[in-house]
Design a protein around this ligand. Structure first.
Ligand code: SPV
Ligand code: MG
Length: 303
């Protein structure tokens, strides 16, 4: 099944599904091996892994390069965090073409200005664009995609920017009309109250995606009861690696040797396994034997 087909099925399954964040090929492979049905290619964590802020400081083609490695190294669908689309409808059209070429299953676009700022950065520059301008980007995705299963998730930042639930609902309705396969309602509250209130009034018009970073203590059953389709655990692989690396770095620095950190690090063999080194060994066997046979035949002809 193409990756895009399965993301559509996931969104429409009627069950609550979970995607975990990844920010490079290695973390994406680990997410897949853990059993997740899909990967959230987060803008926050991919930019952080480059030492950049989540404000479109990395260019869209730099982001695309990371994505290509992630897609090559995994077989589950990737939902790409396309921020605000890196420009207007025309930039979005080009983005979709490049995503499909890389077998990315879907893109999530948000209704903020370009360049955008991460939703949790308390600063100026968290303005929304008009619903119409954003709907034109959603329509541009649908008009451009060749694969009918490619998905666009329309994310409203209405609540993040201090607007009320009615504004979020009105916007999502317009985005749904423009062809969005799902809507993402984002919140920075510590509880899921406003999300639950949104879903009650949304009435299952199309699948709903959420990012419970700040309200992560909410029981999963509350999301199920609210008919949410997809939860994005949006940054946990990067946060795990930061903590892990800090502990190991401190230990090696303090002891001047990695002995005390031994149980905190993966063995070298694990790196080789995650790189598929065994596949190369098998291929070497095939191609080196083949080369030898040909050299042998050539030597026989010359004799
Ligand atoms: C991301 O992971 O980049 C997201 C989610 O867009 S958030 O950080 O909550 O904006
Ligand atoms: Mg993001």
């Amino acid at each position: 099944m193409p990756k895009s087909n399965s993301i559509k099925n996931i969104l429409q399954s009627g069950r609550l599904e979970f995607f975990l964040e990844a920010h490079n090929a290695l973390s994406a492979r680990i997410v897949e091996e853990a059993g997740f049905s899909g990967i959230w290619a987060s803008g926050l964590t991919s930019s952080a892994s480059l030492g950049l802020r989540d404000c479109n400081e990395a260019s869209w083609t730099q982001t695309l390069d990371i994505l290509e490695f992630m897609s090559d190294h995994t077989s589950i669908p990737i939902l790409f965090d396309g921020d605000s689309g890196f420009g207007n409808f025309n930039n979005v059209r080009r983005l979709v073409k490049k995503l499909e070429q890389r077998q990315i299953a879907g893109v999530c676009l948000e209704d903020k200005e370009y360049p955008k700022k991460n939703s949790f950065i308390a600063s100026e520059g968290q303005a929304l664009i008009s619903a119409g301008e954003f709907a034109s980007k959603i329509k541009a995705v649908k008009d451009t995609q060749i694969d009918p299963h490619f998905c666009v998730v329309a994310r409203t930042e209405a609540l993040i920017t201090g607007n009320d639930i009615n504004e979020a609902l009105d916007r999502c309705y317009m985005y749904h009309q423009a062809g969005a396969d799902a809507v993402l309602i984002h919140s920075k509250k510590k509880t899921a109250d406003e999300i639950i209130s949104f879903t009650r009034q949304w009435n299952n018009l199309c699948p709903v995606v959420i990012v419970p970073t700040t309200y992560d203590k909410t029981p999963i059953s509350a999301f199920e009861e609210a008919n949410i389709s997809l939860v994005l655990w949006a940054n946990h692989m990067l946060r795990a690696s930061i903590e892990g690396m800090k502990k190991v770095a401190a230990s090696i620095f303090a002891h001047k040797t990695p002995i005390a950190a031994d149980n905190m690090i993966a063995p070298l063999e694990e790196i080789f396994r995650l790189q598929n080194v065994s596949e190369l060994e098998e291929a070497e066997h095939i191609y080196y034997s083949y080369a030898k046979d040909i050299d042998f035949l050539k030597a026989q002809r010359a004799a």
